[in-house]
Design a protein around this ligand. Structure first.
Ligand code: ATP
Ligand code: MG
Length: 558
């Protein structure tokens, strides 16, 4: 099958083939602003920036776009690095900060002023906005547009020395207030901001704007292909203008692709920050968050997410991807890698009356039928085990093939058992089930070859471990959070977390650690939470299994 290339690959291959790339080495960059944690949308950008560099033997810089000290933090920088590495990408020594270029940017700005190409504007922010015009009406020149070069130099210097309050002055490029592109109507280059910067501290109180900083940072680093999302398309003329400023020797090119949007998700750092600040979630790494740290804690693998973004593909039109495609990728990957273990989430005791008292025996349980190299582990068995409460019914409906009095089922890896009676409390709730086992059925098959329709998982009641299971669902109950009311917080799913503290698990999970991918047989994929210890095991449900019984139940209206 011929490999189909996306539009970005075509651009790169065309540039390489026509010697438009110095040394034939493409250079990209991933430029997050450290004002929040990375989310699933960023995985797409990371796979483009790092992925293309990797594919074509180039390099990808990590550039922290740290030009808004009021919102940025070292905690975010650290998390960004951790997340990119977790995805399996490496920037090597190429770690840069927009703030590394503050001095250069400042000198470029001075030069623009000296050449009469930039001016200090004293309009209020409201006036600036008003006079910028609209998509249909041209802007109005600032009364300060023709301020003398000397005065511009003096005012810019005084701005830099902290003599004016925020919002008092703005340095703007003198382009064209009548341009059909609003971003070309004298874009702001510098603003006054009093905030301690995570890296430059209080050295600066004027900060360069995105449309000025970004292209020049790209140019300084020798970036050949500067990829970003579609909302920057309208900024491309400003990007190209900045690359023509005197002294800029290398002109990179910007290319835009569609953002990743996923149904049921909000992917905006501003909204995610609000969820954290309002304590709607436990933090940026809450397993319900679409942040990389959230999905990692939830148990998604980096491979499944890379597979997901590659299936979504690269387009130039915005669209929304269905949440279920992401879960499909997660299940597919976990099906291959997850170790199968037994855990009972809603336990009820099954007492095997004809099993020798005080006897314990062991079975070899396969770790993963999908992976022949994964081996087996011993699991212990005795005359008392726990099974799921829903695996026994006193009065079974038609089509129910699990345990009921007189019915025989298989205990996974162990024996065939037949229910004989049950115990109940004063309210009539079943508290224990009695059964007999067939000693000839060891390992799950009988000499006479008789078949049973049900198989239940179980754990040995005599040595199992208690565990907390955190059952996660979507954080939002609506496909487009906020679509109906305008406030995405109106669409929170009240059942996005259900804590189960009665679960019991097999002993092999005693020392399980975050990053272990597990399948609790018939209950879903799980992973140990970062809160988990050997004394207090905590498991996060990553994603449910497709449960055929749930579907049957639905069909039968049960
Ligand atoms: P947000 O809108 O969530 O606050 P942002 O665009 O401000 O995100 P940045 O840190 O500036 O976040 O983004 C770094 C890079 O990631 C940019 O190149 C941006 O285009 C890209 N990016 C951000 N969100 C998405 C998304 N949903 N899909 C694809 N790429 C994205
Ligand atoms: Mg941004």
């Amino acid at each position: 099958m011929e490999e189909t290339r996306n539009f970005i690959e075509k651009i790169i291959e065309d540039d390489l083939a026509n010697n438009r790339v110095p040394d034939g080495k493409i250079r990209t960059r991933f430029p997050p602003e450290p004002n929040g944690y990375l989310h699933i949308g960023h995985i797409k950008a990371i796979c483009v920036d790092f992925g293309m560099a990797q594919k074509y033997g180039g390099t990808c810089n990590l550039r922290l776009d740290d030009t808004n000290p009021a919102k940025e933090d070292n905690e975010y920088i650290d998390s960004i690095k951790t997340d990119i590495k977790w995805l399996g990408f490496d920037w090597g020594k190429n770690e840069y900060y927009a703030s590394d270029y503050y001095q250069q940017l400042y000198e470029i700005a001075l030069d623009l002023i000296r050449k009469g190409l930039a001016y200090v504007d004293s309009q209020t922010p409201e006036e600036v906005k008003l006079n910028r015009g609209t998509l249909t009406a041209p802007g109005v020149n600032s009364p300060d547009r023709d301020r003398s070069i000397e005065e511009n130099l003096r005012l810019f210097d005084e701005m830099k020395r902290g003599m004016y309050p925020e919002g008092k002055y703005l340095l703007r490029a003198k382009l064209d207030m009548a341009s059909p592109n609003i971003n070309m109507r004298d874009p702001a280059l510098y603003r006054i901001k009093y905030a301690t910067h995570p890296r430059t501290g209080d050295k600066w109180c004027i900060y360069p704007m995105y449309d000025f900083t970004h292209p020049i940072s790209d140019a300084i680093e020798g970036i050949t292909h500067s990829f970003c999302t579609l909302e920057f398309e309208d900024h491309r003329p400003a990007y190209d203008w900045a690359c023509t400023i005197d002294g800029i020797e290398h002109a990179p090119h910007q290319y835009e692709f569609a953002r990743l949007n996923i149904s049921y998700f909000v992917l905006s750092k501003r909204k995610l920050l609000q969820l954290v600040q309002q304590k709607i979630v436990s933090g940026w790494d809450d397993p319900r968050m679409p942040t990389i740290s959230g999905i990692r804690r939830r148990g998604y693998s980096p491979e499944s997410m890379k597979d997901f973004v590659s299936r979504v593909g690269l387009a130039k039109v915005e669209g929304q991807v269905d949440y279920s495609l992401m879960e499909f990728c997660v299940r597919e990957d976990l099906n291959r890698r997850a170790r199968r273990v037994m855990a009972v989430l809603d336990p009820i005791k099954l007492i095997i009356d004809n099993y020798p008292a005080d006897k314990t025996e062991f079975f070899d349980a396969e770790n993963n039928p999908e992976d022949p190299d994964s081996g087996t582990r011993p699991i212990s068995f005795s005359g008392e085990v726990y099974i799921e409460r829903e695996d026994f019914m006193e009065v079974p409906p038609k089509g129910y093939h699990r345990l009921y009095i007189g019915n025989e089922i298989r205990l996974k890896h162990a024996y065939y058992v037949t229910a004989t009676s049950c115990e109940k409390d004063a309210e009539g709730n079943v508290t224990a089930v009695h059964c007999t086992y067939d000693p000839e059925s060891r390992g799950g098959a009988t000499a006479d070859g008789r078949k049973v329709k049900g198989t239940s998982h179980w754990v040995n009641a005599k040595d199992c471990l208690k565990a907390e299971a955190r059952l996660y669902d979507k954080l939002f109950a609506s496909e487009n959070p906020g679509f109906a009311t305008g406030n995405y917080l109106d669409d929170l799913n009240p059942d996005s977390l259900i804590v189960n503290s009665v679960a019991v698990v097999e002993t092999s999970l005693k020392d399980s650690k975050p990053g272990d991918y597990l399948q609790f047989i018939r209950n879903g994929y799980f992973t140990p939470d970062i809160d988990s210890t050997s004394e207090h095991l905590v498991f996060n449900r990553t994603v449910t299994l497709k449960d055929s019984w749930a579907k049957t139940k639905e069909k039968m209206g049960l």
